[in-house]
Design a protein. Structure first.
Lengths: 357, 406
């Protein structure tokens, strides 16, 4: 059995992964978290490895998976300043479980690693060197999923992936431009707040907003709270503001939210097509493929002018990868059902198989 | 009818007198520009005038825009040039007006808009007051630069921030360079004989100070790169363009940067200057691209960001009919255009390399190759003329009202 953790402030998502299946659950990351996970995990003697997702690897952690060593905790602690709410959870969970189960391998999964090789034109902010030296650059996130999608696209299209735009649709929709398996650009910036609005994050806005709020007496902490946790689709929809809430029914606000999501996805696909100099493969990734199909059709309809044509068929029930391309259309379109637990489990297994250094 | 137009830059003041005949044909009687207004430096301030065949440049201290405007009015008096009204470019109207006569109520409104652009707006107000002082009876009006962007749909203009804050502060995408875009779009339709309904245009206003891009559908703005202020969007000469808002918090909270200093750095020391470390002028940077990696990065980022915006607007418009470049860098820098248009086959853009290099930049030119599906143009912009058009419409309204009363 594998024990896997994914921070989702104010919650900790975790799962007991055994025989290809994830038993996932979630608890509030409060005083009781460890007791709750321990109770839910069952017989700890069966755990052969523990994995932790780190949403932001900062400027030092650049490996998608690494074996936790005595230095790792310090390295993770050093990344907290980049994304405090998330990384603090990962740090504490890692600290607690490496102590609890010292005899087995522990793996750290870094979600920004895939983007650590972004070309400078995409990774650099146009600010003075003095500011860039503090570690200010585009880090992206959701790298594990995008890298996985590229592999899936390769097997689905027999290696002919070419210039690919990879669209993750979810509570935190984000997009990456890929070529030859390498990332060239992504919507998420220094933090996951930049890019497409998320469930509670504002997405792209004029940074002057921060200064204006501050000069009228709002503290840095409160501004962070507003932009990261009170904005995005929550600002429009209130509590029911997740990705799946956007997909259902015709309520006015929901339509407005859906319009914004579609608009921003279309914009970024266009931007990334321009930097790639064209597009061969458009890949959609989501945890909810069946429910997302309508949205994907709407997005793709906007790219009719590029030759994007979808097959009218629904999804075959089986599997986690579908080719949506219509007969004779020149642009590959695919849909993948992602499961972060499976991705982490696969990577863990391959790490376990590797010989210990 | 004659109209005097003032257009304030941050350290310059452009002015023009238009003569408008019965058929609303517009002719420039006099034009000029005050340079280095309020700038303390080694070079002296000056005002240049172009009047018929005569050109002159007068060196004179210029403490502020109001004083410069006063000197221009004196000069017009000396030359015996009369005018019926004065039009001003107003930068950021926050959606309150497109063009409006200046009266007591409007002045209050304008003053309330000062904090949004603390450099430009007070300068414009000084010019308005200088005109009132010299010619108290003469009607004045302001035309808002951003009004062209009032057609941007909610899905593109909304900042997804808490509704209370949006209401209180008016946070949303406003956009700028609207006068320039209005002019350029109207010119394109004229030159190409292209009906605007259904047309898809991307225009790039690339200035020596600010730069932006716009997506125009059926002649109306549907999205633009600048936002709540002129800070966001493209990499500019000294402005950063798009950045993660959280990185400002990181710099202030973790590294202790003072908000005023950081704001100043993002507006005045970033962009091309921030990356290259030595110049905000793209011509200087291009010269050193070969030997200086930072210069190369600055140039590459400038092009890259613009290219991304063009791509995003092509997607928003569902294809492209016309790509147009305007303002100083847009019309004069062939290398920027060449690099931006490279690899844009996917949306039908093919540049005629020779025509592109040959274009003088002083007049409208077609730069697309014969097999290009998209027409590529340079159009030197003419913001004052748009203010003039607005003035003609206003004056007409006034005359109509007068004739109704009589």
């Amino acid at each position: 059995m594998l024990l896997l953790f994914d921070p989702e402030p104010p919650y900790l998502r975790w799962c007991a992964f055994a025989e290809g299946a994830a038993r996932a659950s979630r608890c509030l990351f409060g005083a009781e978290w460890f007791r709750l996970v321990r109770k839910g995990a069952g017989n700890l003697g069966r755990v052969k490895a523990v994995g932790y997702l780190l949403r932001h690897g900062g400027d030092r952690i650049k490996e998608p998976v690494l074996r936790v060593t005595p230095q790792t905790l310090d390295e993770v602690e050093d990344t907290i300043r980049f994304l405090p709410e998330f990384n603090d959870i990962t740090c504490k969970v890692l600290d607690r479980w490496t102590k609890e189960l010292p005899g087995i391998p522990h793996f750290l999964f870094c979600d920004t690693a895939f983007f650590s090789g972004l070309p400078d034109v995409a990774g650099t902010y146009a600010v003075p060197e003095e500011l860039r030296e503090t570690g200010v650059r585009r880090y992206g996130s959701y790298g594990l999923v995008h890298q996985w999608a590229w592999e899936k696209a390769r097997s689905l299209f027999g290696g002919n992936v070419g210039k690919m735009v990879s669209v993750y649709l979810g509570d935190h929709t984000n997009i990456a431009a890929l070529r030859d398996g390498k990332s060239l650009d992504t919507t998420i910036g220094f933090t996951p707040v930049e890019g497409i609005p998320s469930r509670t994050g504002c997405g792209d806005i004029d940074a002057t907003v921060v200064f204006e709020l501050h000069s009228s007496g709002v503290s840095f902490r409160e501004i962070n709270e507003v932009l990261s946790w009170e904005s995005g689709f929550k600002a429009l929809l209130g509590r029911r503001c997740g990705y799946r809430d956007l997909l259902g029914g015709p309520a006015v606000d929901r339509t407005a939210a859906r319009d914004i999501l579609i608009y921003d996805v279309v914009k970024y696909i266009g931007a990334f097509t321009a930097l790639l100099g064209g597009l061969d493969t458009l890949a959609f990734i989501t945890r909810h493929p069946e429910e997302s199909l309508g949205l994907i059709r709407e997005i793709c309809a906007r790219f009719d002018f590029l030759g994007v044509r979808l097959s009218p068929d629904g999804l075959a029930a089986e599997g986690d990868a579908w080719n949506l391309t219509d007969h004779g259309a020149r642009m590959n379109v695919s849909l993948f059902k992602s499961d972060i637990w499976k991705i982490m489990a696969q990577l863990s297994e391959s790490m376990i198989e590797e010989k210990q250094p | 009818m004659n109209i005097l137009i003032f257009n304030c830059g941050s350290s310059s003041l452009t002015f023009k007198v238009f003569a408008v005949d019965q058929l609303e044909n517009i002719r420039v009687i006099l034009s000029g520009k005050a340079h280095r207004v309020g700038v303390k430096g080694s070079k002296p301030s000056s005002i240049e005038y172009e009047h018929g065949a005569s050109r002159e440049s007068v060196e004179t201290p210029l403490d502020d825009h109001g004083q410069a405007a006063g000197l221009v009015l004196d000069k017009l008096g000396e030359l015996g040039i009369k005018f019926d009204c004065i039009g001003h470019r107003w930068v950021h109207a926050a959606g309150y007006f497109q063009t409006a006569w200046v009266d007591a109520a409007l002045l209050l409104r304008l003053k309330a808009l000062v904090p949004i652009l603390p450099v430009h707006h007070p300068a414009i107000l000084r010019v308005i007051y200088a005109c009132r002082k010299a010619l108290p009876k003469l009607p004045q009006y302001v035309t808002a630069d951003g009004a062209f962007h009032s057609t941007i749909p909610a899905c593109a203009s909304t900042y997804l921030l808490p509704k209370g804050l949006v209401k209180k502060y008016g946070f949303r995408k406003h956009g700028f360079h609207g006068l320039s875009y209005r002019y350029v779009v109207r010119k394109i339709a004229e030159i190409l004989g292209m009906p605007l309904p259904g047309s898809r245009i991307v225009a790039c206003h690339l200035g020596t100070g600010g730069s932006s891009a716009v997506a125009v559908k059926s002649g109306e703005s549907v999205d633009t790169s600048m936002g709540y202020t002129a800070l966001s969007g493209l990499v500019m000469s000294t402005r950063s363009g798009d950045i993660d808002p959280i990185l400002t918090l990181y710099l202030m909270a973790v590294y202790g940067y003072h908000p005023d200093d950081l704001m100043n750095m993002l507006n005045k020391k970033s962009g091309l200057l921030g990356i290259s470390g030595f110049s905000s002028d793209i011509r200087d940077i291009i010269q050193r691209v070969g030997e200086d990696p930072q210069a190369k990065l600055a140039f590459d980022m400038y092009v890259y960001r613009l290219k991304k915006y063009i791509g995003s607007y092509v997607a928003v418009l569902g294809g492209l009919d016309v790509l147009v470049f305007t303002d100083d860098i847009g019309v004069h820098n062939w290398l920027v255009r060449e690099r931006v248009c490279a690899g844009m086959d996917w949306c039908g853009v093919r540049l005629d390399a020779e025509a592109n290099q040959r274009a003088s930049g002083d007049e409208i030119a077609r730069l697309d190759a014969p097999d290009s599906q998209v027409r590529v143009l340079i159009v030197p912009t003419e913001e004052e003329l748009v203010i003039g058009w607005e003035g003609i419409a206003l004056m007409k309204g006034k005359q109509d009202a007068a004739s109704l009363r009589s």
